[in-house]
Design a protein around this ligand. Structure first.
Ligand code: TPP
Ligand code: MG
Length: 273
């Protein structure tokens, strides 16, 4: 399977979800898509068959507002039908609500309140160490999310407990809800910050490249004695100039004209990938 093509196909599912549900965090869905595709279709051992049986790798979507991207990937993995997600997303009484919830198959942790995913992932990784398994724990955070103090408590704990079965991904799209991260809460230099907390930092120059991400995740598996942070330099709104690098597209429903342009751009990317 061509995973780069798949990422663009799944982006179109996300846009359909958001139009159907009349709301959604489109910018961060687009930036994180290759990260999720690389994890679910190459790196992680988790399937509808083994989920919940205590034998699979773990995934925590700490930037829970990007749930639409997660739904698209889980649907492609066979956890639930994409048609049902698009039809019911964000509607009254729907199981497919606007943030991850663990009543759905494939989702282990409720998230949405930023800053909680890494601490929980640290706990999961400690548990797997105690059980002497080789299961790994992955957690995806946003860059705006780095303003949460609990992220840094989790960072300290991960290094303290030598969690080399833990790999965090930082979706470095340089925007958060109301502007650039450097305006709202300056973050640089993130590499130095995470290194000084005792983590192996693996920089991915193009965090929307499936190949570069897979290489980073493979490298993370070889690190011993400390957790890894994959610093994925991505583009918020990736896939169409209509939405790329625009803070106003953090949460946005495309108009009919925007929808047509975005879908055409995504289709073209898919064909060229
Ligand atoms: C504790 C908490 N505070 C505030 C929010 C509101 N909020 C939702 S998304 C967001 C911005 C997140 O930015 P970032 O982590 O950079 O996400 P991305 O750019 O990947 O969408 C904020 C502040 C929240 N969900 N949780
Ligand atoms: Mg961001």
């Amino acid at each position: 399977m061509n995973l780069s093509k798949l990422a663009y196909k799944l982006r179109r599912d996300v846009v359909d979800m958001i139009v159907s549900g009349k709301g959604g965090h489109i910018g961060g869905d687009m930036s994180v898509m290759e990260v999720l595709v690389a994890l679910y279709f190459k790196e992680m051992d988790v399937t509808p068959e083994n989920f919940g049986k205590g034998v699979h790798d773990h995934f925590v979507m700490s930037k829970g507002h990007s749930v639409e991207a997660l739904y698209a990937v889980l649907a492609e993995k066979g956890f639930f039908p994409i048609k049902e997600v698009i039809e019911k997303f964000s509607k009254f009484g729907s199981p497919f609500i606007g943030h991850p919830n663990n009543k759905l198959p494939g989702i282990e942790m409720n998230s949405g309140a930023l800053g909680h995913g890494l601490p929980v992932a640290v706990g999961m990784a400690i548990a797997e160490k105690m059980n002497k398994t080789d299961q790994r724990v992955y957690v995806v955070m946003g860059d705006g999310e780095q303003a949460e103090g609990s992220v840094w408590e989790g960072a300290m704990a991960g290094a303290n407990y030598h969690l080399d079965n833990l790999c965090a991904v930082l979706d470095r799209n340089r925007l958060q809800i109301s502007g650039t991260t450097e305006e709202v809460m300056a973050l640089d230099n993130l590499k130095d910050k995470w290194s000084s907390f005792g983590w192996e930092v693996i920089n991915v120059a193009d965090g929307n490249s499936v190949d570069e991400l897979i290489a980073a995740f493979e490298q993370a598996k070889t690190v011993k004695g400390r957790p890894s942070l994959v610093l994925a330099n991505t583009v918020k709104g990736k896939g169409s100039p209509v939405m790329e690098n625009k803070a106003s597209w953090h949460h946005h429903v495309p108009s009919t004209e925007e929808y047509q342009q975005i879908m055409a751009d995504l289709k073209q990317h898919e064909e060229e990938a």
